[in-house]
Design a binder for this molecule. Structure first.
Ligand code: GLY
Ligand code: MN
Ligand code: MN
Length: 501
């Protein structure tokens, strides 16, 4: 009987952690790792502010979410480290019935303490507390959106709120040093825990489900926005927070624009459409691209390009073993693309270069490999709390390993204007004469295939199993869409099992 009770208790506890709920202990361990990497001083991490424009949804800052699990606006984390011992305090909005009529219930200080194990104070106390700490500590450590840049210097979008606060404090305390602890957090975030990998897996499952619906719904004369609408409907319907980046539905010429997201063109028979989509689930991003023929069957030209991109992805995937260098994966894909382009006649041959200058090689007067005229982006990136998340490959000698979560996304894009943007040199003229027929035959075909992978102690796993072989895509597209799908109770139930707000 006792054994049975114990077993029952275990089955209640285990699924929660296995299904991806991130425990209070895991958040505490993340903070401990961060703290062990800084000297004595005060560490400050600001959560995201309430959006300035009314009625825009609130999303927590990923660093703050990673360190606390708290999803409320205007919160902050302060950890003081003195003689090697650390004390953390969470600043949150206190319960306030009058304000909560508008915002809904806040967790308040008691729940904040209970949920995180940290001391808790009212958010309004934050600035006075920081100011008084500035009188007693020598160094402030900041974690924020400034990557490894100087935390007090404006970034691309000017100064953020936390930077403004810290600049004001620093200006009043001459001897205060302000140091950037963000690189430590980026390194920690680059290795995903088992619970994080499970959340990523769910984000990816939701995204795959959306792709499958879109494959079946697409038909000539439909607008790109109809596909976007269906995809994002499927995301939310299955428990996603939101798209993890702006949905890309690019048909015909738009298939060759890497970050196209106007999504308002009518799609024609005989074209392809690139669908680069990703759900965010409890803050974790998926990022999966499929390219399909609008009419349900690829033309010979589309097929040739599609297969070479797929071969490049397969070559990279084969090289993706625990401990492999991401550079090795990239080379495997690029070499396959180069050989394929040469076979089709889109480049003169393996090893051939173009005098591409600024327009094609990114530098005036420069030459670069001809294959870069068609494949001009990186092979992939980490995924996690951000769609472009820190990945171990950047920190551990370029290597992927257990805890890695990343994309492999080669592409080939034959832009209709390619031949007109190639610098006019004698050498290039000779090249154009050779490749013109192939470029004209394949113009406006853009193909990207993007999949998501995780590395667990069991090895590398391809987790975005939407159809991707030509025959599989055509077979699913032949099963025409039967309208709004029924509930996917399994995906929705996961939401209940993966935690609460
Ligand atoms: N969707 C953005 C990317 O593929 O990186
Ligand atoms: Mn993508
Ligand atoms: Mn991507």
């Amino acid at each position: 009987m006792r054994l049975l009770t114990l077993f029952a208790a275990l089955t209640v506890v285990l699924p929660g952690s296995l299904q991806g709920q991130i425990s209070r202990q895991e958040y505490a361990a993340r903070r401990d790792s961060l703290i062990s990497n800084i000297q004595d001083g005060a560490l400050v991490v600001f959560g995201a502010r309430e959006p300035e424009k009314d009625y825009i949804s609130f999303y927590q800052d990923p660093h703050f979410l990673y360190l606390t699990g708290v999803r409320e606006p205007n919160a902050a984390l302060v950890i003081v480290k003195r003689d090697g011992r650390a004390t953390g305090t969470l600043f949150v909005q206190p319960n306030n019935p009058a304000a909560e009529v508008w915002t809904g219930a806040r967790m308040g200080l008691d729940t904040a303490r209970a949920r995180t194990g940290l001391a808790a104070r009212a958010a309004d106390d934050l600035l006075p507390v920081i100011d008084s700490l500035a009188g007693v500590v020598r160094t402030f450590y900041l974690v924020g959106a400034f990557g490894d840049e100087d935390p007090l210097e404006p970034g691309e979008h000017g100064l953020s709120y936390d930077q403004e606060v810290m600049r004001a404090i620093a200006s009043r305390h001459d001897s205060l040093a302000v140091s950037n602890a963000t690189p430590v957090v980026l390194r920690l975030r680059s290795r995903k825990s088992a619970a994080e990998l499970e959340l990523i897996r769910t984000a990816v499952n939701i995204t795959v489900e959306a792709h499958r619906q879109a494959f079946q719904a697409i038909e000539p004369e439909m607008n790109e926005f109809e596909v976007q609408g269906l995809v994002e409907y499927m995301f939310r319907r299955n428990g996603a927070d939101r798209p993890s980046f702006a949905t890309i539905i690019g048909s015909g010429p738009n298939s060759t624009t890497l970050h196209y997201n106007a999504n308002d063109r009518f799609m024609r028979a005989g074209e392809v459409v690139v669908m680069d989509i990703g759900a965010s689930y409890r803050g974790y991003a998926a990022d999966v691209t499929r390219t399909v023929p609008i009419s349900g069957t690829f033309t010979a030209e589309q097929r040739a390009i599609y297969q070479l991109v797929r071969d490049a992805q397969a070559a990279a995937e084969k090289a993706a073993t625990p401990g492999a260098s991401f550079g090795g994966l990239s080379r495997a894909a690029a070499e396959t693309i180069e050989r394929g382009l040469a076979r089709i006649g889109l480049i003169e041959g393996v090893g051939a270069t173009v005098e591409g200058g600024e327009a094609l090689c990114g530098q005036a007067g420069a030459s670069c490999p001809q294959w870069t005229m068609y494949y001009m982006h990186g092979l992939g990136h980490g995924i996690g709390l951000d769609v472009h998340d820190p990945e171990q490959a950047h920190y551990q000698g370029g290597r992927i390993n257990v805890g890695s979560a990343f994309t492999i996304e080669p592409g080939v894009y034959v832009r209709a204007n390619l031949l007109s943007i190639i610098p006019d040199t004698p050498r290039n003229r000779a090249m154009i004469a050779k490749i013109r027929p192939a470029v004209e035959r394949h113009a406006n075909i853009g193909v990207r295939i993007e999949d998501d992978y995780i590395i667990t102690p069991r090895g590398v796993e391809w987790i975005s199993k939407a159809p991707r072989e030509i025959a599989e895509i055509e077979a699913l597209m032949a099963q025409r869409w039967a309208g709004t799908p029924g509930r996917n109770a399994e995906l929705v139930r996961r939401y209940e099992r993966t935690g609460s707000r």
